[in-house]
Design a protein around this ligand. Structure first.
Ligand code: AMP
Length: 174
């Protein structure tokens, strides 16, 4: 079966966000037909949308999966539910948000799934961790993400902590 390298964006700003994101990365590693290849550091960022909510913790994970894009989306939405996902308002607080950023070289226009993720090029908290994992990553149209990053640099993000893969294949703060 064909496998693809897929970048997943993770974000949380409720119920111990650092742990939510670490648990989310470990849950990605445990998905069927899927292997965790790499993870970025954790970053903190100010919320987009309503400002009266806690800052977010964000990361990007690189997985290799034989799941189809929609099967992966279903699996991610199940993980969000498992995390007790709370959605209070649009672009508001959430316990765990999982986005498919890039799926191999594919461009996907499906009612449930758009890839590349429609907002990824506008968000420093996506681009910077993704480029930490893969400095030469590019969009399916060939645009290097390193060329897109500069226009997002007015958005503040902070390096929060580095993660390390242990011998059992789980991630933990370093
Ligand atoms: P949000 O929770 O704001 O990230 O939005 C979730 C909704 O976006 C779900 O209904 C998904 O079906 C849809 N969606 C569209 N494209 C994507 C993507 N690339 N990754 C994750 N969800 C997506």
């Amino acid at each position: 079966m064909q496998s693809h390298n897929v970048y997943i964006g993770l974000g949380s700003n409720l119920d111990n966000p650092t742990q939510q994101v670490i648990d989310g990365i470990n849950a990605l590693a445990a998905l069927r037909e899927t292997q965790l290849l790499a993870t970025s550091s954790l970053y903190a960022s100010a919320p987009i949308g309503p400002q009266d909510q806690p800052p977010f913790i964000n990361a990007v994970a690189l997985i290799k999966t034989a799941l189809t894009p929609i099967a992966l989306l279903d699996a991610l939405q199940a993980l969000e539910q498992d995390a007790g996902r709370v959605r209070k308002r649009h672009w508001g607080e959430r316990t765990l948000d999982l986005d498919i950023l890039l799926f191999g070289e594919q461009t996907i226009e499906h009612p449930r799934l758009k890839v590349p993720h429609p907002f990824m090029c506008e968000r420093r908290f996506v681009l910077e961790p993704l480029l930490e994992v893969s400095p030469h990553a590019h969009l399916p149209n060939g645009t290097a993400l390193s060329q897109v990053l500069p226009k997002t640099l007015t958005q503040e993000i902070w390096h929060h902590c580095t993660l390390a893969l242990d011998s059992l294949g789980s991630v933990a703060p370093q």
